[in-house]
Design a protein around this ligand. Structure first.
Ligand SMILES: [Zn+2]
Length: 96
């Protein structure tokens, strides 16, 4: 029987974002220069809610959840990426 992924029904976009934030940035988001995002900083661009862009206060680089990850430039929403990440993790664990 094929394994089912009910995640899209369980996770909303914001929950998926939070999951990816913890997975991709366990130490918190940083700009390309490695400057940490202050926890109180407001987003620079909210058009892709909840994937906000932030402008680094130190160097001025704009970055978001996917900056410097394989998902940079992707147009997938967070839920889709969670599904892909889970799928990759599962196939990796079953092939070893
Ligand atoms: Zn910076």
């Amino acid at each position: 029987m094929a394994m089912r992924f009910p995640l899209t029904d369980l996770l909303d976009e914001q929950e998926s974002y939070n999951f990816l934030l913890k997975t991709l940035h366990p130490d918190g988001m940083k700009c390309k220069q490695g400057h940490a995002l202050p926890p109180d900083q407001k987003p620079h661009d909210r058009r892709r809610d909840p994937i906000f862009d932030y402008r680094c206060r130190i160097c001025g680089n704009v970055f978001n959840l996917f900056t410097d990850t394989v998902w940079q430039g992707s147009q997938y929403d967070c839920r889709k990426i969670v599904l892909i990440v889970r799928g990759v993790a599962q196939s990796t664990s079953t092939s070893t």
